[in-house]
Design a binder for this molecule. Structure first.
Ligand SMILES: C[S@@+](CC[C@H](N)C(=O)[O-])C[C@H]1O[C@@H](n2cnc3c(N)ncnc32)[C@H](O)[C@@H]1O
Length: 257
């Protein structure tokens, strides 16, 4: 992975492109949890899925392979979109899965063109869970489903956890608080699959490996100090706070308006 502007401070997206160069799933789910999500959301051969901020589109590709679902993904990262297209090719699902590069917040599908509309791990595109539900809702009909992948507090976080994670206490809710946020946004929680400590570790520990490898291969790179700082902070914050205080899951919602 070569940074676009070697002289500049790497962007958050570029740091993630390095950290997640080996990942297929860019969130704290394992492949088994991804397939479990497809099963609980009743994804099948006639299901049309929209995935905003799809990353490497592993969910669309695996659901096409396992369930025969059709999918459209949108992601900002050219690196991730290229990987998504390679993966669709590799799994033989190019005819089922299309991936576009662009700002998902600006993506406007035909009304009710999909059965399932998802935003997994990127609800900042709609300014939070409620805004992202508003963004996704027009894409599905009244019997469609919305999937939101979102962190939640497992325990009330101490101030030092908020500082380390770089968030405010209200940026996330606990699980009942998330239910309230979904209700307020006009979305009825009908199912969910939650990550666990093991799957969080798979997401973060695999980042540690990829970042260390990049640092070993780019010791003279002007961005090396920034990449090392990112690696050190990500690793320590996960071990000290994220693992204990933050949960993560995908929530299956039915629009109520
Ligand atoms: C945590 S990853 C989740 C990716 C994918 N949903 C998954 O779970 O594997 C966040 C993704 O959001 C993408 N992203 C961030 N801002 C975006 C935007 N405005 N439009 C489209 N994609 C965006 C990033 O490129 C990255 O792929």
């Amino acid at each position: 992975m070569v940074l676009a502007d070697a002289a500049a401070v790497p962007s958050t997206l570029e740091l993630h492109e390095i950290a997640e160069s080996d990942h297929r799933i860019l969130d704290p789910f394992t492949d088994a949890q991804l397939l479990e999500l497809g099963a609980v959301a009743r994804v099948g051969p006639t299901t049309r899925v929209l995935d905003l901020a799809c990353g490497k589109a592993e969910m669309l590709c695996r659901w096409a392979q396992e369930f025969g679902a059709r999918g459209v993904g949108v992601d900002l990262s050219e690196v991730f979109v290229a990987a998504a297209r390679r993966r669709a090719e590799e799994l033989g699902v190019c005819g089922w899965v299309t991936v576009e590069c662009g700002d998902a917040a600006a993506y406007r599908p035909e009304p009710a063109a999909f059965d399932v509309a998802a935003c997994i791990g990127a609800t900042w595109i709609g300014g939070g869970a409620g805004g992202t539900i508003d963004l996704l809702r027009p894409a599905v009909g009244s019997d469609g489903l919305l999937l939101i992948g979102e962190p939640f507090w497992r325990e009330p976080p101490p101030a030092e956890a908020l500082t380390a994670l770089g968030v405010g206490a209200d940026d996330f809710a606990d699980l009942p608080g998330l239910l309230d946020r979904f209700d307020a946004a006009g979305a009825d929680l009908v199912e969910m699959v939650l990550a666990d400590e093991h799957s969080w570790d798979r997401y973060v520990a695999a980042q540690c490996w990829a970042l260390r490898r990049w640092l070993d291969d780019h010791s003279d790179d002007p961005a090396a100090a920034d990449v090392r700082r990112f690696r050190d902070a990500t690793r320590r914050t996960h071990l000290a706070y994220q693992r204990r205080f933050l949960g993560w899951g995908v929530f299956v919602l039915r629009p109520t308006r």
